[in-house]
Design a binder for this molecule. Structure first.
Ligand SMILES: CC(C)(COP(=O)(O)OP(=O)(O)OC[C@H]1O[C@@H](n2cnc3c(N)ncnc32)[C@H](O)[C@@H]1OP(=O)(O)O)[C@@H](O)C(=O)NCCC(=O)NCCS
Length: 176
């Protein structure tokens, strides 16, 4: 399905465009944001390549993921990302990140509610899971606010910032 555009109260989820690059850098170029992500902080040149591939990948059929920009509803400015990666068994994996100066305003919670509705209703997913670092209390709070269930701790789940790191696994089922 392409292009996807999902309207919320304060944000819109939409496809990435190559001219989002400067706004993306407020997310992927900020070590305080990428500290909690599974990739290292990127330079503008590095992310230009990634963004071009993201724009292309969105147009593949079938799509391996729905990786969407979180944009301000009034200005259309990209403020973050939200993603559902698709897997077998009607299963998806949720991920998200927001530029730091917009943290704590409920924006990620709203963006996730929108993409979860899309995942369960439009894509027909049965289970959506999310994994986050044990010290990522903001992300854990988002998942609890979304009604996710904590399932357990995965040992050495990701290699990030030069070390193996455990992750906490959460999930939401269509039947929840
Ligand atoms: C995690 C993140 C996406 C949250 O985005 P956000 O838009 O600030 O989230 P929301 O405002 O919807 O909700 C965050 C909640 O956690 C709370 N919170 C934020 N940081 C916290 C912390 N360190 N400890 C406890 N609670 C925290 C907020 O107060 C808010 O709760 P409230 O609604 O009761 O006030 C954002 O901090 C971020 O981009 N972090 C870096 C990337 C990342 O961690 N991605 C997820 C990887 S699993």
């Amino acid at each position: 399905m392409y292009p996807v555009r999902i309207e919320g109260t304060r944000v819109i989820l939409r496809e990435f465009a190559e001219d989002d690059l400067d706004d993306c850098m407020a997310v992927v170029g900020d070590p305080d944001v990428t500290y909690f992500l599974s990739f290292d902080t990127r330079t503008r040149d590095q992310h230009a390549d990634v963004l071009a591939k993201d724009v292309q990948r969105a147009q593949s059929d079938p799509r391996p993921d729905y990786y969407l920009a979180i944009a301000d509803r009034h200005t259309d400015q990209l403020v973050g990302f939200v993603r559902i990666a698709l897997d077998a068994h009607q299963r998806g994996e949720l991920g998200y990140a927001l530029r730091k100066d917009r943290w704590g305003q409920g924006i990620t919670t709203e963006a996730c509610q929108l993409i979860l509705g899309f995942g369960f209703k439009t894509l027909g997913l049965h289970r959506i899971q999310a994994a986050c670092g044990p010290d990522n209390h903001g992300s854990q709070k988002v998942l609890v606010k979304l009604g996710f269930t904590y399932e357990g701790r995965m040992r050495d789940h990701v290699y990030t910032n030069g070390n193996w790191r455990d992750s906490l696994l959460y999930s939401s089922l269509r039947t929840d």
